[in-house]
Ligand binder design. Structure first.
Ligand SMILES: [Fe+2]
Ligand SMILES: [Fe+2]
Length: 322
């Protein structure tokens, strides 16, 4: 979140700002009084905010007007809770017609321009020497280019940002290349192709708008998920592009096994090294995204709140990291 808030903890002046509502709830405190508990965000990050002592007459209005997705104007003082800045709301209202805002200011986006990330990924695909894997990767990139440029990689967890899926694929590719330098017997083209296709069906698993915000999972996304949907896509492509059966099934296995555990959707664990590496690249990139994101919101020398995406762990930021 804006550095300003962290520097102005308990500052005397109120802040007045626009935010996008990410989560909103009316809760009851230990005194039996109701309060509004919201997570607010803009492209710089997220911040929790509370409006204490909500009167019963206000409750319904707040539920309707302060709901996820809407832009609100907030006047608040800046305090702190568990090492992170938190807003104490004095006034909150939805966007009025006279307010001038730029929607792009309210959505977090990957730190690199989408077209550049896309070009990087295409160049890796282009550089493959295995004609079959090359064909599959290039075909998928071309077929999905438009959506790839803005799609997030998740609804709420890691890379739930505009162009997050490209950012995820790009970093996994860069990391995968390094892995192949150390374990030079790994089949680079197979790994690269696996990275490019492993989450490609997230484009059809979730419904995202051009801001990269996901409203819902699709019907197929709910019932099948991106692993099974990915297998179906490879099946179709293999027939269309004339990919030999063994290679097609290996790619399908990579997609199917990349979540590793049955409770996370994988019916099989990886059965060859490139599939094993794909899973770990995926985990490293997802986890480090969540660590990096969490570290941004805490002060040196303190622990974060429990991070759901990191299995409820708290993250520590060393004191010397001023
Ligand atoms: Fe996945
Ligand atoms: Fe992934």
């Amino acid at each position: 979140m804006k550095q300003y808030y962290v520097e102005n903890l308990y500052g005397l002046d109120d802040i007045t700002d626009f935010f996008r509502v990410i989560r909103s709830d009316i809760k009851t405190d230990s005194r039996g009084k109701q309060y509004l508990d919201v997570l607010l965000g803009d492209k710089t990050g997220e911040i929790t905010a509370k409006k204490w002592d909500v009167e019963p007459v206000e409750e319904e209005t707040l539920r309707v007007k302060v709901r996820p997705g809407v832009i609100v104007k907030v006047r608040a003082s800046v305090g702190e809770w568990m090492g992170a800045a938190q807003l104490k709301i004095k006034r909150i209202r939805p966007l009025a017609e006279s307010d001038v805002i730029d929607m792009e200011d309210f959505v977090k986006a990957a730190p690199e321009p989408p077209q550049e990330m896309f070009d990087y990924i295409s160049a890796r695909a282009e550089s493959m020497t295995d004609e079959d894997y090359r064909k599959v990767a290039l075909y998928l990139l071309d077929e999905n280019k438009e959506a790839l440029l803005y799609y997030p990689a998740a609804k709420s967890n890691h890379h739930a940002i505009r162009s997050g899926l490209l950012w995820h694929i790009k970093r996994m590719l860069a990391l995968g290349e390094k892995c192949c330098e150390v374990y030079e017997w790994l089949e680079r083209d197979l790994l690269i192709c696996g990275v490019i296709i492993h989450d490609i069906e997230k484009l059809r698993e979730m419904d995202a708008d051009e801001m990269g915000l996901v409203a819902e999972y699709t019907f197929e996304g709910q019932l099948l998920g991106h692993l099974v949907m990915g297998v179906r896509t490879i099946d179709r492509l293999a027939a269309e592009l004339g990919i030999p059966g063994e290679k097609a099934v290996m790619l399908e296995h990579m997609v199917l096994s990349h979540h590793y555990e049955p409770e996370f959707g994988s019916p099989k664990k990886p059965m060859f090294p490139e599939a094993e590496v794909l899973h770990h690249l995926d985990m490293i990139d997802a986890r480090l995204y969540d660590f990096e994101d969490t570290l941004k919101s805490i002060q040196p020398g303190s622990f974060s709140d429990w991070v759901r995406a990191l299995d409820g762990r708290r993250v520590y930021k060393p004191e010397y990291k001023e």
